[in-house]
Design a protein around this ligand. Sequence first.
Ligand SMILES: C[S@@+](CC[C@H](N)C(=O)[O-])C[C@H]1O[C@@H](n2cnc3c(N)ncnc32)[C@H](O)[C@@H]1O
Length: 292
Amino acid sequence: MALNTIVVIVSTSALHHGIRPDRRAASAPQLSRRDFAGLALGCGCWACAAPTADALAALAPPPLELQSKFDLPRDKMKDAGFAYGMSVGMVDYEAAVAPSKKELFAKMLSALPARTDALVVELGMGSFPNAPYYQASRAPLDIVGVDPNDSMAFFAKQSAAPLLKAGSSVRVTHGVGEALPFADSTADAVVCTLTLCSVPSPELALAEVRRVLKPGGQFLFLEHVLSETDPNLAAAQQKLNPKQVARADGCNLNRRTLETIRAAGFASVDAKYFELSDFLYLNPTVAGIARA
Ligand SMILES: C[S@@+](CC[C@H](N)C(=O)[O-])C[C@H]1O[C@@H](n2cnc3c(N)ncnc32)[C@H](O)[C@@H]1O
């Protein structure tokens, strides 16, 4: 089956709302007010996310009880603003974490089955800053991003363009980590960068990651966390946390994410804690690969 599909729910709805993604620059997208309104109005409904004939792994209805608890109505204007901000405002941060991501992705990709249909789920795909790292894959991949902010897909599609050219499939579907739209044991890998800080329940999201991963499947993560080495910084992170949660789409500065991952029941967790130097509250970082 051809592996060059992209089924992006917001690009679909964006077309409905008059956005023409193909006329956008691949980097540093500029949004008109009309585009911004279109992003905010993206419908993100389940029907729009239905796999097309070219789709590989079938999406499945998420666990309904969890979906109704965690996939709540969102402020579309705020989502549009946050999506735009993430798409243009993380250049320096991404450069700083690039060596770690490069190493982790190389490790993950080399351990994926060398088939053309390996399924990789991106939890909270955002604007898809991880896209360049998939280019080292030995075979085309079936990549599915799950994100509750429907405005992200417009930017994710732009990031995905080189991967599509190289033969991979990239889809983005509306959803939340706490209720993933996949059947049990279907994913070869789940990737999660800067998302466990934002999900309302990291514990439930990780339980979902374990549910959808095949036995031995990989969970690649890179997350900012509460400082383990600097009590003053940790205190400042705690103090600032309520403001950060309110203004940065639920992003928490005070999570002990590696502890949560270690407690989640993975067969193994290979991870490290390290500190970036230029990002203050976002310096303390954990990154690694867990195996289901
Ligand atoms: C800080 S952004 C990170 C995006 C991207 N992974 C990256 O590395 O830039 C956090 C992302 O998590 C998404 N998100 C928020 N709540 C979520 C949830 N419950 N489940 C999955 N994703 C969620 C947001 O919409 C956003 O795209």
